[in-house]
Design a protein around this ligand. Structure first.
Ligand SMILES: C[S@@+](CC[C@H](N)C(=O)[O-])C[C@H]1O[C@@H](n2cnc3c(N)ncnc32)[C@H](O)[C@@H]1O
Length: 218
């Protein structure tokens, strides 16, 4: 009788952490899929704008700063002829940064693995770089376009534009999201300051997608 009890306790003791891990992982997948559905409802409507420009200008290489669920990266890879897209996202929780996409570290770790799996089908055309946009600058050579949709504070958007503007080939495209988003007023401020000072025209389309086209770039 005692032996059975010992075996039973042994099994419970040894399998419980794995069972807990499995259950909490299952919840995480559900959480992430739910969050993805909500985000995609609002983000999907604006995806076509940037890809249309990429096609018009026949651009081949680019960067997306802020990949999140990989929805926009996937859209660009499916709907354009780009040969190389670098996705940059630290998948890291930042304290005191208020954004619904500033997930918990556990969710970010999971999301990172989820996105690798999701975009794996594109092979070498897609490379996910898990770091901040600031650090990633040195890993990427000249590119044709950059889509800025990472940290939406004024300071970071300004840095992203300044750092990545230099990387764009002549005839390229620089743009991003949330130009007139009420929660992120810093985006518009940074974009306006930078391009107005250079006397370059900013186009803003629905959903807050903004861009400055090719021959404008000096
Ligand atoms: C709004 S989501 C991106 C959505 C994605 N572009 C799309 O349209 O599907 C913002 C992402 O930016 C990432 N992020 C935050 N700070 C960043 C930084 N400094 N560099 C790059 N990505 C950053 C976050 O981890 C988050 O996944």
């Amino acid at each position: 009788m005692n032996t059975i009890k010992i075996i039973k306790n042994f099994i419970i003791f040894n399998t419980k952490p794995w069972l807990d891990f499995f259950i909490s992982s299952t919840n995480l997948i559900t959480d992430i899929k739910d969050l993805q559905k909500i985000q995609h409802k609002s983000w999907d409507t604006v995806r076509e704008i940037f890809s249309k420009k990429i096609n018009e200008l026949n651009l081949k290489t680019g960067v997306e700063i802020g990949v999140a669920f990989g929805g926009h990266s996937e859209y660009m890879l499916k709907n354009t002829q780009i040969t190389k897209l670098y996705g940059i996202d630290p998948y890291k929780h930042f304290w005191f940064y208020f954004d619904p996409m500033n997930l918990s570290q556990r969710k970010f770790d999971f999301l990172y693995a989820f996105v690798i799996g999701k975009l794996n089908t594109f092979g070498d055309r897609f490379e996910l770089i898990r770091t901040t946009s600031e650090k990633a600058v040195r890993y990427v050579d000249k590119i044709d376009f950059i889509y800025i949709d990472g940290n939406h504070s004024y300071e970071q958007t300004k840095k992203d534009i300044e750092n990545w503007y230099e990387k764009i080939n002549t005839g390229g495209l620089i743009g991003g999201d949330d130009y007139d988003h009420p929660s992120f007023p810093g985006v518009k401020k940074a974009v306006d300051e930078f391009f107005k000072q250079k006397d370059l025209q900013i186009t803003v389309e629905h959903g807050g997608v903004w861009y400055v086209i090719n021959n404008n770039l000096k």
